[in-house]
Design a protein around this ligand. Structure first.
Ligand SMILES: [Zn+2]
Length: 297
């Protein structure tokens, strides 16, 4: 058996080259994983259905995306133009995380090659996030009664404010966000557990804080974990303000995956953010999630 990895060519939406978001990374990551024998064949997702999308988003917002009727101000908040290709990408990448979460139930580990759109909330998108794929997948698993207690472990450098808002009143979904306090969003929302880090934090301190928090999380029992493995904690990231090295990112992923795999708790890994100054480095950093998961197969 090989690690199930979900990918779709349409993850690479057509947006202008002057857009700051490195959209081509999704295609490059897929190629990198094939070339390095991390995976032989990808699982191909379908577009997330409106019914499943509605577990986490308002019908008006879903339709505004689907019909490309979202006003310019709301599009600017997202940072992508809402064109056919971005609409397609938004539905298929969300379908990708739903599929990866189902695959993780059997395989214990599964990953998407996109996902972690954690700034999108019930009725609007923000910060390069159109639909909140992890929220949709978590609500899908709950609705189908496949799991009860879910942990969303968000280690992207930015706070997972979309998830904290969507699951604010949901006692069965624990939102954990460990992020740099001076990074976006300026106004943080309230997760079940927020760990705020100071600018310029380096590997040792970061990994210690993570280790202590994993120990605390282990005192509760979860049926399922979504891991948002943003690599914008890296010292060469254009947006993140932490100073984590390649080895630090790799060690972080190892610690998280090993922690839950050893307890047989299924984990679905999604990309999260990454805006490294060096494109090849960005791909290498994102691939650490998949490589570390694959090492258990
Ligand atoms: Zn981020």
């Amino acid at each position: 058996m090989q690690l199930p990895i979900v990918n779709h060519p349409d993850y690479v939406a057509k947006i202008n080259d002057d857009n700051k978001f490195p959209i081509k990374k999704f295609g490059a990551l897929a190629e990198h994983l094939l070339k390095n024998d991390v995976v032989r064949d990808f699982h191909t997702p379908k577009e997330c259905s409106i019914e499943t999308m509605r577990t986490s988003h308002s019908l008006k917002y879903i339709n505004d995306i689907k019909n490309k009727t979202l006003d310019i101000k709301a599009q600017k908040k997202i940072g992508f133009p809402i064109n056919d290709s971005v609409v397609r990408r938004s539905f298929v990448a969300t379908g990708g995380t739903v599929l990866a979460s189902k695959l993780a139930l059997d395989a214990k580990l599964a990953c998407n090659t996109a996902g972690g759109s954690h700034h999108a909330t019930f009725d609007y998108g923000a910060g390069y996030c159109v639909f909140n794929d992890t929220a949709v997948a978590a609500n899908y698993l709950k609705k189908k009664r496949l799991v009860k207690r879910i942990l969303i472990l968000d280690l992207d450098v930015h706070q997972g404010n979309g998830n904290s808002e969507i699951f604010q009143k949901d006692k069965d979904v624990c939102t954990f966000s460990m992020h740099c306090s001076s990074n976006y969003p300026a106004k943080k929302s309230k997760s079940d557990i927020d760990i705020e880090l100071q600018d310029n934090m380096e590997d040792n301190e970061y990994l210690n804080v993570l280790n202590n928090n994993l120990k605390k999380l282990n005192q509760n029992s979860y049926d399922f974990v979504f891991y948002i493995a943003g690599v914008d904690i890296h010292h060469e990231d254009r947006l993140g303000k932490l100073k984590i090295t390649d080895e630090g990112v790799n060690k972080r992923d190892q610690m998280v995956i090993e922690n839950f795999y050893s307890k047989k708790i299924p984990l679905c890994g999604v990309l999260g953010g990454g805006y490294n100054k060096n494109f090849d480095k960005l791909i290498e950093l994102h691939s650490m999630l998949h490589k570390n998961c694959a090492s258990f197969f």
